[in-house]
Design a protein around this ligand. Structure first.
Ligand SMILES: CC(C)(COP(=O)(O)OP(=O)(O)OC[C@H]1O[C@@H](n2cnc3c(N)ncnc32)[C@H](O)[C@@H]1OP(=O)(O)O)[C@@H](O)C(=O)NCCC(=O)NCCS
Length: 371
């Protein structure tokens, strides 16, 4: 079969950084104001008071220390608690296209390819910027790429599923080189008044060049892919084009991202560990042959638990499973390839494993070998 490579990657992230102390201080001020405003009902027992958040909880429960966001000021402002953004329209590039192009240009330099070498653009994201035209086609146009382009949505597995599609198109002969772009501008969709989720997300974008040619000296051959989906309502958003016409009223806040994080944790960890173990077994690869696990960056405890189940020990060097989540927060589908971009220091012949897991549930695991 044709060899196919990850030939280069590029990342974009915003300059604004929010620390845990800052997000907790903003949240707690909101809570104090809410409880003060509603003190009569709270005293009467008809309303539950809101509880404070804490830096200690966030670091212990998630591993997150900071997150990069598109608009720190308005997220922390308790009168707003969301980033300030504009409607997208035909007069300007969409935000997904702007950040996607930045990451794409870096990926093209790292892979040593020009726009004329690229045959297709696949954009995968958790939150579509609009319905149509595809942002991928907008980026294709801006970069001067021929061929085809489309957007796809698979929650937190959008990046790996898009890489998988690129691989399939190349192996079927449809294309030689494909640009995969994954913008994850999640903060407009976060309800910063909810204690269990206000600290989780950051904004970022990753781009990846998949090619049948070894275009750079930092290529990783894709040696196996495995995908699974299993329906769950534990990570859900009901925002849709039905919002305008729906006759049953729902508040905007009820349509945003929500999750039952504890159930996700308990269900997804064993599922992913078993999934990866059976993939390695099928490929006759011993777990200790994997030099790096670039896993979905939702929770550092999840990452460490999954790796320890796969290798059969919780005594491993932290460099085995990088944790960019500490600095960037949860970057939705971009997390695993962010980790790959920042920590791809394998020697020729060494193997690594990229794995996403998230809404759907959806899981995709890709085994690579440094060329
Ligand atoms: C979200 C997550 C960090 C929460 O951690 P957790 O350990 O499961 O926390 P729980 O929800 O069980 O809450 C534990 C306790 O902390 C409290 N708590 C929740 N948020 C808190 C906060 N911000 N500050 C302080 N305490 C908090 C809860 O009220 C609960 O208290 P109790 O034990 O008295 O009832 C974790 O479940 C997670 O990351 N899950 C996976 C999410 C995921 O992969 N999502 C995919 C989307 S991309």
């Amino acid at each position: 079969m044709q060899d196919i490579y990850i030939a280069g990657t590029g990342i974009w992230y915003p300059e604004d950084i929010i620390t845990n102390d800052e997000i907790v201080s903003s949240f707690n001020s909101y809570v104090d104001k809410f409880n003060d405003k509603n003190q009569e009902m709270i005293k009467a027992g008809t309303l539950e008071p809101l509880a404070h958040s804490s830096t200690e909880f966030i670091e212990k429960a998630s591993g997150i220390k900071t997150r990069h966001v598109i608009d720190k000021k308005n997220i922390l402002d308790i009168e707003k608690m969301m980033p300030s953004v504009q409607h997208e329209d035909a007069s300007k590039l969409s935000i997904h296209a702007i950040v996607g192009i930045e990451a794409a240009r870096k990926a093209m330099i790292s892979a040593n390819v020009e726009a004329t070498d690229i045959d297709a653009v696949i954009l995968g994201t958790s939150h579509a910027a609009r319905n149509y035209p595809s942002v991928a086609i907008e980026i294709q146009n801006e970069l001067g790429i021929d061929g085809y382009a489309y957007d796809m949505l698979v929650g937190c597995s959008s990046t790996t599923f898009a890489i998988n599609n690129a691989f399939s198109d190349i192996s079927s002969g449809l294309a030689d080189t494909i640009l995969v772009i994954n913008p994850e501008i999640s903060t407009p969709f976060v309800n910063y008044t909810k204690r269990d989720i206000h600290f989780i997300f950051g904004d970022g974008c990753v781009a990846t060049i998949i090619s049948k040619n070894k275009t750079s000296d930092n290529c990783y051959k894709i040696i196996d892919r495995k995908l699974i989906t299993k329906f769950s309502n534990n990570i859900r958003s009901d925002w849709s084009y039905f919002v305008r016409a729906a006759e049953d009223e729902k508040a905007f806040d009820d349509l945003l991202f929500y999750q039952n994080g504890n159930s996700v944790f308990k269900e997804v960890c064993p599922m992913v560990a078993e999934f990866i173990s059976s993939q390695l077994h099928r490929k006759n690869i011993q777990p200790n042959e994997i030099s790096k696990f670039w896993l979905h960056q939702a929770n550092s405890r999840m990452i460490n638990l999954i790796v320890s189940k796969v290798i059969g020990s919780d005594d491993f060097d932290s460099s085995l499973a990088p944790l960019p989540i500490e600095k960037f927060g949860n970057l939705a589908s971009a997390g695993s390839m962010f980790a790959f971009n920042l920590y791809n220091d394998l020697k020729p012949g060494e193997k690594g494993l990229i794995c996403s897991f998230g809404a759907g549930y959806s899981v995709c695991s890709i085994v690579v070998q440094k060329a």
